[in-house]
Design a protein around this ligand. Sequence first.
Ligand code: HEM
Length: 415
Amino acid sequence: MSDIPSAKGFDSTLSLLRNPYGFIPDTCRALDTDLFATRILLQKTICMTGAAAAEVFYSEDKLVREGSMPGRIQKTLLGEGGVQGLDGEAHRHRKQMFMSLMGTERIAALQGISLHMLDNYAPDWAAADKIVLYGELREILTRAVCAWAGVPLPEAEAKTRTAQLTALFQDAGAVGLKHWRARLSRHSLERWAERIIGQVRDGSLQPQKENALHVIATWSDLNGELLTPKVAAVELLNVLRPTVAVSVFIVQAVHALHQYPHWVQKLKDDESRLEPFVQEVRRLYPFFPAVAARVKSAFEWRGYRFPEGCRVLLDLYGTNTDPRSWDAPQEFRPERFRDRAKNPYDFIPQGGGDHHLDHRCPGEWIAISQMKAFCGYFVNSIDYDVPDQDLELDTKELPPLPKTRFVMSDVRLKN
Ligand code: HEM
């Protein structure tokens, strides 16, 4: 058995922060390996990239999630006690709760509500000189997901809840003031969600049976008991927060329409191209750099020993752009998705493996459906200009967006 190749230096935290999407794949390439050992936040960590590594990462007998997430991410992005930190039977049971929300009709309902909201916003866009797309989308998606989930959102709270939900995913990885803004947002959102869950349980609020709020408030855990109010709140936010975060993918898709303008006409001509277009956005535009797990008990892979308890990071972005799986991986070529065989490990912007059994994101179909609907709207229902601005994605920020948040001007309604 040989030693896992090591990254240079004692600790790689700074290198990872400086280059969140390139650090793992670049180091692997430099060392000519799929995995290397280093320290992140002083903890021994094995970093891995590529489809073969993803397959190992998603083997439940080898890696587990309990205790794998840094505390600062739990206190902001994810919360404590949610599905992300469960393993085995407890995970599979809780995961069913999320999967039960993802039927085709429910996803179509969310799309319908969102398009209706877009229709309500568009006349105001047309009346304004310019709009900041990201801000508008986040507000539309907050309103849409609350309506869809059965969560009451008084008009006076819409902007505050939008800002708080955004802080969870946008400020989680930050340091200093922004990190504290994310913590405060989580605190306030959890109190809010707990209150609403309580109202469902005492009958003073009666969402429809198919609403996420109803499903979560009445879900029994493996022990046959309702989730505690705190855990139910964390899980409700596990639906609201990422659905608002799809605004990032939508801005990235609109960015791609601007960068590759011949795609505007292609999408107008044939709407079956929407799906490959948005898949290519999800592949090539960076979002989450990596996911974390811990070695359950020592095992060996390719002659390397993974010691029990060691943290393992799987590189998502580098796997999506791995030249062993993708021709010309840095080129934007939606056609590549036309007749590509599905592989659960080589295209993993929202995690890999199986949706029901593994930690793969249950919201993948929502992301795809929303991106398709919004792109369709932007090419078919409105015209707009993109004024001069710096559209470079700021990859120091997680998730990366243009600093301007994508300004549109002279929006015109088409019909
Ligand atoms: C898990 C990304 C949208 C709910 C994940 C994971 C990633 C991810 C990387 C972790 C996979 C792993 O640990 O192996 C994204 C991105 C999204 C998105 C980039 C687009 C903005 C959504 C939506 C929902 C959702 C719309 C729900 C409505 C969840 C949940 C988990 C999860 C509950 C935990 C699953 C588990 O631990 O079994 N997502 N997601 N996500 N996502 Fe998403």
